[in-house]
Design a protein around this ligand. Structure first.
Ligand code: NAD
Length: 371
């Protein structure tokens, strides 16, 4: 009998989803054996496959399974089979948005780390990206994307040359409570890392950001051991490509975080190595940043590492198993150092016998995690 049991709701989804998830679950089971923890993984339907089997991209059974689980491990959804412009037809992405909303996930955590062996994959110079290890903590349920909005037509004077035309607005609105809970999350994460938080806002212009900053400083006062600083979002966009190693944890509003996390993800140059965690008050969700890669689905060549990294995040954030998360991280680093690459990471210099498939990469990581 294992000392602990965790229930994971696994969502294989579409395309390469089932292939990469299979490898991630193998790694998770290897961790379980090593740490005497039982992980009970149960598949549920989400996305295109859920449409095929139930007509609904996010069936109620999946919501119930996700809510009952200790964590949700999602692969990816979508593909040309379900592409449609008909607003009345179900789409796989509705499943994604639905599960994020129903689980009340207010914090999106995106770690960006460059692996020394892959620094050449970035479009930036190796000396700029070598050693990057940062986390963007993005507020996910408020701000500009969720504030009051409107669009009016035939507004006098709003058109070209003084003619009637359209006028539209969106609002960036936050409550103190919303800022408080996301900032706390950022400080909690910083404490498990290098004890540094950079608050990114636009407080020189926006009132909502002035309140954000005030709340951020109040919480920073509760964490004297964590270094805290402010940075305007335009400067942060520049600093991310000028000197990204200066950052540990960045905390920011929804829209700013959306843009900065995509920018930061390109520091690595390897989509197949990026994962994210979305945390809320209940079950958290872990997923790779890439999509379902329908172009390579079923070929056995998909890179499972981003999915495996999402297991690492789950162990660390949901189960506090940081040693186990470190084991996986070390296994990935060693495997890359030994020269093994999946096809997406392999350039012409990689010898053919070091290019491995999805299961081959899984085997290498599992063997190292077992020790
Ligand atoms: P994608 O991320 O699926 O693929 C982009 C490119 O990267 C492709 O060439 C693909 O082969 C490659 N790639 C992606 N992941 C890889 C991996 N693990 N290993 C090796 N190569 C990998 O993006 P896309 O092509 O724009 O979208 C394909 C489908 O995925 C669409 O239906 C889209 O809506 C969906 N999508 C889903 C999510 C999600 O589930 N979170 C996110 C983005 C896109």
């Amino acid at each position: 009998m294992a000392s602990k049991t965790y229930r994971i709701c696994t969502l294989p989804g579409d395309g390469i989803g089932p292939e990469i998830l299979e490898q991630a679950v193998r790694v998770l089971q290897a961790v379980g054996e090593r740490y005497d923890v039982e992980f009970i993984c149960t598949d549920a339907l989400l996305g295109g496959i859920a449409i095929d089997e139930t007509g609904d991209p996010f069936p109620p059974e999946t919501l119930a399974a996700a809510k009952a689980a200790d964590a949700v491990l999602l692969a990816a959804v979508g593909g040309p089979k379900w592409d449609t412009t008909d607003p009345d037809k179900p789409r796989p992405e509705q499943g994604l948005l639905g599960i994020r909303k129903e689980l009340g996930l207010f914090a999106n955590i995106r770690p960006v780390k460059t692996y020394r062996q892959l620094v050449g994959a970035s479009t930036l110079r190796p000396e700029v990206v070598d050693g990057v290890d940062l986390v963007i903590v993005r507020e996910l349920t408020g701000g500009l994307y969720f504030g009051a909005r409107d669009r009016k037509y035939d507004v006098p004077g709003a058109g070209v040359d003084g003619a009637p035309g359209q006028q539209a607005y969106d609002t960036m609105s936050y409550s103190e409570y919303e800022v408080d809970r996301i900032v706390r999350e950022a400080f909690r994460i910083a404490k498990t890392r290098r004890n540094k938080v950079t608050n990114v806002d636009k407080a020189n212009v926006l009132e909502s950001c002035r309140m954000w900053r005030e709340v951020e400083h109040r919480i920073a006062g509760e964490f004297p051991e964590v270094e805290n600083g402010d940075m305007l979002v335009d400067n942060a966009a520049m600093q991310l490509v000028r000197n990204p190693t200066q950052f540990d944890v960045i905390v920011c509003e929804n829209t700013f975080g959306d843009i900065l996390s995509d920018e930061a993800s390109m520091l690595t140059g390897s989509l197949g190595m990026l994962a994210s965690a979305s945390l809320g008050s209940g079950t958290a969700l872990y997923e790779p940043s890439h999509g379902s890669a329908p172009d390579i689905a079923g070929l056995g060549v998909a890179n499972p590492l981003a999915q495996i990294i999402s297991v690492e995040l789950m162990l660390s954030y949901s189960f506090g198993m940081r040693d186990a998360a470190d084991d996986i991280e070390r296994a990935i680093e060693e495997t890359l150092a030994e020269g093994y690459r999946t096809r997406d990471l392999a350039d012409a210099s990689v010898p053919a016998d070091k290019v491995v498939g999805c299961a081959g990469m899984g085997d290498l990581i599992v063997a190292k995690v077992r020790g």
